[in-house]
Design a binder for this molecule. Structure first.
Ligand code: SAH
Length: 348
């Protein structure tokens, strides 16, 4: 809004025009200046010749017959493509968006990173992902997760700008509590985010109980070591009061044993994230572990463990005072995400 006010005053226009335009863009979702009917015609024409409104055009939409999950491939104006997903839950509609075209973090099991990072997405493009999906379904989006392609902390400024605008009461006004930012773990950025006054949920992609094992799966772990990452997470909790979510992609024969689970519980308890049994009057833990059976990609040999292995892993965590759930797979009949849709589309 402030940027818009400045731009308008530089054009010699009244300040209140900014609020009108903001409303058209972020509440009404208009895609042409010509439709901003409360602006003088001359201003509409001038805006049209000097500015452009970022829009997202779906190139492909896949709809699950099982649970109504919708997966979108969006074609960008520069010829790139990204993907986003809508998931329907009892508590509302959740949209998973991309923050970059590709990713440079190199996680071994992830398809988004296979061709590296092409570019960052702008705040406008991230907003347009959410707006377009809301428009397409005609339903309110109540939750947003930054868990699509890209590393949000590697596009920090635009991601924060996006977060301020999506939570803005003059726009979609999604509560920060209903937003999750997922990161491979960049300590300085986690600390910085803690001070932004945006109490979003932080999800850390942990994936391994030890530094050594983590490096094997996530090259980024060689740069940002586990003790520093976890210290930053603790700081995030202290500053924001938000419980952390630890993502753990379970890979057959790589990080899926009971010993791995016991080591993970040990690590989290040692680092102060655990909680004792609430039924026995203990305090609730500072974290929640989200187990994600890995979604195999054709470029890598990683396989998903069977259900019983994942359940046994979960039980070991719970028995050791760590909250843990298994991520429900959605849109099974339209499988492939985490960068796979985009790759398929680009190749075709
Ligand atoms: N770069 C951020 C956010 C994008 S990835 C991050 O690392 O958190 C979002 C989550 O999906 C991460 O936890 C990531 O590890 C996980 N993920 C990516 N590809 C996956 C796959 N093929 N199977 C299971 N989880 C995957």
């Amino acid at each position: 809004m402030e940027e818009l006010q400045q731009a308008l005053s530089a054009m010699g226009e009244a300040k209140f025009r900014a609020a009108q335009i903001y409303d058209w863009l972020h509440r009404c979702g208009v895609r042409e200046f010509s439709r901003m009917s409360n602006l003088p015609k001359a201003l509409r024409e001038r805006l049209d010749s000097e500015y452009m409104i970022t829009v997202m055009e779906p190139a492909e939409i896949y709809v699950s017959r099982i649970d109504g999950t919708r997966k979108y491939v969006f074609a960008l104006s520069d010829g790139n493509a990204i993907e986003a997903v809508l998931m329907r839950y009892k508590h509302g509609n959740s949209v998973c968006i991309s923050s970059q075209v590709g990713c440079r973090m190199g996680c071994r099991f992830c398809a988004s990173t296979l061709d590296g990072c092409v570019r960052d997405l702008s705040a406008a493009e991230m907003l347009a992902e959410v707006y377009r999906i809301g428009e397409d379904t005609g339903e309110r989006v109540s939750n947003v997760v930054l868990m699509g392609s890209g590393e949000p902390m590697d596009n920090y400024d635009e991601v924060c700008r996006f977060l301020r605008m999506i939570t803005d009461e003059r726009g979609l006004h999604i509560s920060a509590r209903n937003i999750t930012v997922s990161t491979c773990g960049i300590p300085d950025r986690i600390r910085q985010l803690a001070g932004e006054g945006l109490p979003v949920t932080l999800a850390l992609s942990l994936h391994a109980p030890t530094q050594e094992k983590r490096e094997e799966i996530m090259p980024a772990a060689k740069v940002w070591h586990l003790p520093e990452v976890l210290a930053a997470c603790r700081y995030y909790y202290e500053r924001t009061g938000r419980r952390l979510s630890f993502e753990y992609s379970v890979v057959k024969g790589v990080n899926d044993t009971r010993d791995n689970a016991a080591a993970l519980a040990d690590l989290l308890n040692r680092e102060g994230f655990g909680g004792s049994d609430r039924r026995k009057g203990g305090r609730e833990g500072m974290c929640h572990v989200n187990l994600i059976p890995v979604n195999p990609i054709e470029e890598r040999e990683y396989e998903s463990p069977d259900r019983r292995t994942v359940e046994a892993f979960q039980q070991v965590l719970i028995q050791n005072g760590i909250n843990a759930t298994i991520r429900r797979e959605m849109g099974r009949d339209i499988s492939s995400a985490c960068g796979q849709l985009r790759r398929r589309y680009i190749r075709a």
